[in-house]
Design a protein. Structure first.
Length: 272
């Protein structure tokens, strides 16, 4: 990055209505979070998609969605569950194709329990990768066909490298890496994982998406930026070394503070 990056945000369609002027004032990236629930994906989501297209008329940033994740992992050893997960992801990719989204966030299969047990159970590392491939096979092909990248977000990941290896194992432009700063900070504070900027260094140019939220290292706070104790200068110094131009997505609970979060980064001279 040769100049200050422009931050975007994660929003529902209702939030887009509220923050539309802020979103359109610059080419801000957007992650829509209105297509996560199974009830929506199983139902008639066409009216929501039409509403999204109308609200985003004039939007110049990149568009993505958060994919479904409730109630499942992408590396289940149960083939019936893998089939349901595959179906759900394909449904979400249909939404992406309809609204022109080029990125979808999915969740890492690795847990804090995994960290100490991957090498305790023979073949466990390989099994998680194999189960994930079985789950994502059709979704990866569909994503390749529509020019979309699925980015794997850290959830409980203590090892910042292992998820990168999982993404690499697909050898596909349709699979890359996401980092959630609050999740990484939680792992650092609660499980002894490295600091957030180490996750960025570990991902390198496989990083194509980042959730920006502040936290205290105790829980998944999703506080406005500046309200926690993440070392943002270190995070953005690591981001500045990348050529992958990851989408910088503010993801906080209090959506009314999205502009204030962006302004906080501006006040530090880190982004706009």
């Amino acid at each position: 990055m040769t100049s200050l990056p422009i931050v975007g945000a994660a929003m529902t369609l209702d939030d887009v209505e509220t923050h539309r002027n802020w979103l359109l004032e610059k080419p801000r990236d957007l992650e829509l979070q209105s297509f996560v629930e199974a009830e929506i994906l199983n139902g008639d989501w066409a009216p929501l998609a039409e509403r999204a297209r109308k609200l985003l008329d004039g939007h110049q940033g990149r568009l993505g969605i958060h994919g479904p994740f409730w109630g499942f992992i992408i590396a289940s050893q149960d083939p019936d569950i893998r089939a349901v997960v595959s179906k759900r992801l394909l449904q979400a990719l249909d939404v992406c194709a309809n609204i022109g989204a080029t990125q979808m966030v999915i969740h890492s299969p690795y847990t804090s329990w995994s960290y100490n047990n991957l090498d305790n159970n023979k073949g466990e590392r390989e099994r998680i990768i194999e189960y994930t491939h079985q789950t994502l096979k059709e979704a990866v092909k569909r994503a390749e066909d529509i020019g979309l990248t699925m980015v794997i977000e850290n959830i409980e990941d203590k090892d910042p490298h292992i998820r990168v290896g999982l993404a690499d194992s697909f050898n596909s432009p349709a699979v890359a890496v996401s980092i959630d700063t609050g999740h990484a900070h939680y792992a650092h504070g609660y499980t002894g994982a490295p600091p957030v900027d180490y996750y960025v260094h570990a991902a390198g140019n496989r990083l194509q998406h980042i959730h920006l939220q502040d936290a205290d290292g105790y829980a998944d706070r999703h506080w406005s930026l500046g309200e926690g104790n993440i070392h943002w200068r270190a995070v953005f110094a690591a981001l500045a070394k990348l050529d992958s131009n990851p989408r910088l997505i503010i993801e906080i609970k209090d959506k009314s503070k999205i502009p204030a979060s962006a302004a906080y980064l501006t006040s530090l001279g880190l982004a706009e």
